[in-house]
Ligand binder design. Structure first.
Ligand SMILES: Nc1ncnc2c1ncn2[C@@H]1O[C@H](COP(=O)(O)OP(=O)(O)O)[C@@H](O)[C@H]1O
Ligand SMILES: [Mg+2]
Length: 460
């Protein structure tokens, strides 16, 4: 490697406690801070490399092969700065354990793209996923129809979590009855993940279902792991002390997979304070803009045009991996330029097959009280305005959707309006979305074509 300078340093015993990247760069006389990479080794050794430019700037596109789970339960999500693969564990065949994962990072750091890569990895590897995309389904829109369950509201996320906990309990009893001590993929049950993007919305102070969400996630972390039901959260930090209060995450992530993308200033302190990042202070910061040289501009000097564009998305530390203090980056996932509809590159990664597994029947996990109040929720107390005709009242939402759709389909908004005009129970947007996605998974509706139209399968 010509053009790369490398220094092996001796550090105080136990490594550098307070790492000052700027000071190191000044010492080396390098203006572009992102060209210098520091990695604390074990014991008293650290390595410093000075590259001609940041080595993580030209990542290749992710491939389906990267995302196929290998026999040790790993998928490859990117590389470390020195080019070696960055692997993420989805299963441990030795112990039969599903994993508990967390992806932290500030807005725009690349959490959702990473989630998307994990979703593709799961679909391609036969892993069943139940997903809550709590930014109204906008974080990973391409996942619609590619996973067993997709919910987009907090209320549905709770029902989904109840379903996951119930599944873990069912498995525990069933395996105990069989005299089984461990979980084996596919014998008889598949590996399952509950994945929540924007989990902070569910868990932050003042969130409507915060306590139950924290309890269910904790429960899942505790009981699910050994019976093949894992959980992965992606969360914006800054509210970390509020992520479900007390020790939800700490307990869950003790032996989990933790990834830290670019963080915001307040966040690191909280992560370290929460005990989630033991070596936080020795991590070289991830810059917002890589290649930026901060210096005074003289008269007549101008900055390059794209001087301020964020270009470090996907840069991260895999804190629970073998190299926690080594800077890494995810491969490129999907189109770099914005797309008007679903990203065709991401859809291609998912492929055309139907996703593994069955959707969670959310309504089955409503209490009778919730069942009673859900419909009248929006128009206050009192009887529903339209008395349902008997047959519509007894139909499932799925049947009502199939009934309402003309052969050339309609948009989701039109469909919602049609359903709420058919004389049956009021249907909420989230329920419609989930039901559409389930119907697509079961081949009863056409796959999404990027236009957002809901189209019945011909002859149905
Ligand atoms: N792995 C990646 N490959 C390609 N583009 C990425 C990647 N990660 C992030 N990006 C870019 O950064 C933007 C923000 O990423 P996103 O995952 O939505 O961040 P977050 O969920 O943390 O707010 C994306 O819209 C995309 O343009
Ligand atoms: Mg996001």
């Amino acid at each position: 490697m010509k053009d790369v300078r490398e220094y092996v340093l001796r550090t105080p015993p136990g490594g550098v406690k307070r790492y000052d990247h700027d000071a190191l760069c000044d010492l080396l006389d390098v203006d572009d801070r992102s060209r210098v990479i520091f990695e604390q080794g074990v014991g008293r050794e650290a390595i410093v490399r000075v590259y001609p430019s940041n080595p993580l700037m030209n990542m290749r596109e992710v491939s389906v092969d990267d995302l196929l789970m290998d026999e040790r339960g790993y998928v490859t999500l990117g590389t470390y700065y020195d080019g070696s693969p960055m692997r993420f564990r989805l299963f441990d065949p030795k112990t039969g354990n599903a994993q508990r994962g967390a992806i932290f990072g500030t807005t725009g750091a690349g959490k959702s793209r990473l989630v998307q890569a994990i979703l593709v990895a799961c679909k391609r590897s036969g892993i069943v996923v139940h997903l809550a995309d709590l930014k109204n389904g906008q974080s990973v829109p391409e996942a619609n129809g590619q996973i067993a369950t997709r919910v987009t509201t907090q209320c549905e996320a709770i029902l989904m979590l109840r379903g996951l906990v119930a599944e873990a309990e069912r498995r525990m009893k069933a395996y105990a009855a069989l005299g089984r001590s461990g979980f084996v993929i596919g014998d008889p049950d598949p590996l399952v993940y509950g994945i929540i993007d924007e989990a902070n919305r569910l868990l932050e102070k003042g969130a409507p279902f915060r306590d139950e969400a924290a309890r269910l996630i904790k429960e899942l972390g505790r009981t699910g792991r050994s019976v093949g039901v894992g959980v992965i959260l992606a969360a914006q930090a800054g509210h970390l002390d509020e992520l479900g209060g007390s020790d939800t995450l700490r307990a869950m992530l003790k032996e989990g997979e933790v990834i830290l993308l670019r963080w915001s200033s307040g966040m690191m302190q909280q992560l370290v304070g929460d005990g989630l990042i033991p070596r936080g202070e020795a991590l070289q910061p991830i810059p917002k803009v890589v290649g930026q040289v901060r210096r005074i501009r003289r008269y007549n000097e101008t900055a390059a045009e794209d001087y301020d564009d964020v270009n470090s998305q996907g840069m991260l530390y895999h804190l629970t991996g073998a190299r926690p203090t080594s800077m890494a980056r995810t491969y490129v996932v999907g189109s770099v330029a914005p797309c008007t509809g679903h990203d065709p590159l991401i859809l291609a990664l998912y492929g055309d097959s139907s996703p593994p597994g069955q959707a969670i029947d959310l309504e089955a996990y409503m209490t009778s009280e919730e069942r009673g109040s859900a419909d009248g929720e929006d128009d206050g107390a009192g009887a529903p305005p339209n008395k349902p005709t008997p047959d519509v009242a007894s139909m499932t939402t799925a049947d009502r959707i199939l009934e309402a759709l003309p052969p050339d389909g309609m948009t989701e908004a039109e469909l919602l309006a049609a359903l709420n005009d058919d004389g049956g129970r009021e249907v909420r947007r989230g329920t419609v979305r989930t039901t559409i996605s389930n119907l697509r998974n079961h081949g009863q509706l056409a796959r999404p074509d990027g236009t957002g139209r809901v189209i019945p399968v011909p002859g149905d």
